[in-house]
Design a protein around this ligand. Structure first.
Ligand SMILES: Cc1cc2nc3c(=O)[nH]c(=O)nc-3n(C[C@H](O)[C@H](O)[C@H](O)COP(=O)(O)OP(=O)(O)OC[C@H]3O[C@@H](n4cnc5c(N)ncnc54)[C@H](O)[C@@H]3O)c2cc1C
Length: 540
């Protein structure tokens, strides 16, 4: 599904804009829509790919469509949930959500499986049921998750404030959040199976418990306590429904428009130059391309080095890379018995050991395979693709295993690469058949993306799926905020907040707050309330 208009179809684009956004991921679109809606700014969004949306894009093959980076979204199930209201604000209520039902995640550790059930008290009760001897530990865990998540609100609000106001708020105030997840959990319990279960969503932030910060763990866990939901009509609806707000204010979302450089004048960002040489100017330049791309590739080298940021980006490091097997099947989700629940399939509870073994040798057993069933989650799928269904099997993989083909081009990477892909596809399909027996004999298409696909289509140079690593070190970085050391240059998206659709969306609101110097989240919620009231019929 292509969203946005290609650069070639825009011969008359003006040179001057109120703001320019590099990249049309949810972080880029959300800041553009907020500036458009709250300040009536004309924003130019430039996207290198042929469609807008970044990781919210979808792609098609005859009879099928798959999302690439949205399997479920939290905090949108209830009509008045804050995140849902923010989406309402950006999309004028045009984005609809389909709930995933009672069980959003199932954690499979070897032969045992554990359900994550919607509603915090249900979650607690189920965990108590699985681990009756660990009730106190589970209660203590939930307390810590919630108190750490609450601290996040001030932590992120601080990021939108001017430096002079914000000093003293950040980093250390996160307390447990600045420790590793394993440190915090091992203080609460010695039951390794329980720790394995409670960290069963680790793929949502891409780090094993001994490396992830308890902060990201708490944000992700609590974010889904209210259940999961999927964008009705597929994840491309996210970009499609945000776009009109940008266009209504006179802005444009232009695809096939790769930014080669951010232009500086006396140290201030004043515009961008595309790969084809065309220049655009604006007093505000915003990058959704990630901190690494922005500071290590898009800024002139000397100016970037002078900020010290490239070294800090290197020190934090980039997140894991992944494989995704896109499976298309003959038969509807109902016929094949596909459920909405995501399956997190691990060898056993020893996450660190299993991931390390695989990092060192990708022929060793896969430490985690994540299975998602988009056709079962989307109530519109059957209407658009009758008689078909889809599965996505995702696994983390070291980028280094694919680095050797970095300089080859898409679809022309050679026989050895194709062989590696074929063997990995087979291993992922085996997992699909084991956990979804109804899929056997029904597979019509199975197409594998590798870290080089991510590099090619999303410009994440190490195939990283979540930008910078979500370690405690990352959250201690005061420079990682919308306002950069370069005047006029701002960052948006996952890197200024956290990975995830909602993390990147919030990154956009933080960025808009920093630019407009007002609380954009608060203003957005107020505007949404007024719009909802205006739509609600009055009863006399
Ligand atoms: C396999 C996978 C599964 C996921 N599942 C979920 C999930 O279930 N739920 C969830 O909430 N999150 C999920 N995520 C994470 C989520 O999709 C991302 O964290 C989020 O969408 C990132 O948004 P962003 O705007 O920060 O960046 P991106 O979406 O990466 O957007 C950046 C954009 O910038 C463009 N760009 C880069 N350089 C340039 C340039 N020089 N010129 C012009 N354009 C440029 C890129 O092409 C891209 O479109 C998943 C991610 C992956 C990969």
């Amino acid at each position: 599904m292509r969203i946005g208009t290609s650069y070639k179809q825009h011969p008359g684009l003006p040179d001057q804009w109120d703001a320019i956004v590099i990249g049309s991921g949810i972080g880029g679109l959300s800041v553009a829509a907020t500036l458009s809606k709250l300040a009536d700014e004309r924003v130019l969004v430039l996207e290198r790919h042929y469609t807008a949306g970044g990781f919210t894009q979808t792609f098609r093959r005859p009879g099928y469509e798959w999302d690439v980076g949205v399997h479920y979204v939290g905090d949108v199930s209830h009509p008045r949930a804050e995140t849902r209201r923010i989406f309402n604000f950006m999309t004028d209520g045009e984005l609809d959500w389909a709930e995933m039902g009672k069980v959003y995640d199932r954690i499979v550790l070897g032969d045992n499986s554990y359900d994550y059930v919607k509603g915090r008290e249900n979650f607690r009760a189920h965990m108590h049921g699985y681990f009756p001897g660990e009730k106190e530990a589970i209660d203590r865990y939930l307390e810590k998750v919630l108190s750490t998540e609450r601290k996040g609100q001030l932590f992120f609000a601080e990021k939108a404030m001017p430096n002079s106001v914000s000093k003293g708020f950040a980093g250390t105030k996160l307390d447990d959040g600045m420790r590793t997840t394993r440190e915090v959990l091992e203080e609460i319990t010695q039951d390794q199976e329980l720790i394995g279960v409670l960290t069963g969503q680790l793929g949502n932030y891409g780090l094993v418990p001994s490396e992830s910060s308890f902060f990201i763990h708490s944000l992700m866990a609590s974010y889904y306590f209210g259940g999961g939901a999927y964008p009705r009509g597929g994840s491309s609806r996210i970009a499609a429904t945000i776009l009109p707000a940008i266009e209504r204010a006179g802005g444009e979302v232009v695809t096939n428009a790769e930014v080669a450089q951010i232009l500086l004048d006396k140290g201030r960002a004043v515009g961008v130059r595309l790969l084809n040489g065309r220049e655009f100017r604006a007093p505000v330049v915003i990058s959704d391309a990630g901190a690494a791309n922005t500071f290590c590739r898009l800024l002139p080298r000397d100016a970037a080095q002078a900020t010290g940021v490239p070294t800090k980006v290197d020190q934090i490091g980039t997140s894991i890379a992944h494989l995704s097997l896109y499976v298309g099947l003959e038969g509807t989700s109902e016929e094949l018995g596909l459920e909405k629940t995501n399956l997190w399939v691990y060898r056993d509870h020893r996450h660190e050991e299993n991931f390390k073994r695989f990092q060192e040798d990708i022929n060793s057993p896969l430490p985690l395979v994540y299975l998602s069933f988009p056709s079962a989650k989307d109530p519109d799928f059957d209407r658009h693709y009758p008689g078909h269904s889809t599965i996505e099997a995702v696994a983390v993989v070291p980028y280094e295993s694919f680095e050797g083909w970095e300089h080859t081009s898409w679809k022309k990477r050679g026989a050895e690469y194709e062989e590696l892909k074929a063997s990995l596809s087979e291993r992922l399909l085996d997992k699909v058949y084991k956990h979804v027996p109804g899929a056997r004999g029904k597979v019509d298409i199975a197409e594998l993306s590798t870290p080089l696909t991510t590099r090619n289509f999303a410009a994440h140079t190490h195939g990283e799926i979540y930008g910078l690593q979500h370690t405690a070190q990352r959250f201690a970085q005061r420079w990682l905020r919308p306002r950069t050391p370069i005047a006029g240059l701002y960052l948006t998206g996952a890197d200024v907040c956290t990975a995830g659709v909602v993390g990147a969306l919030m990154g956009g609101l933080l960025c808009a707050s920093a630019i407009l110097q007002k609380n954009a989240l608060d203003q957005a919620l107020k505007q949404e309330t007024r719009a909802t009231r205006a739509k609600t019929p009055r009863h006399v």
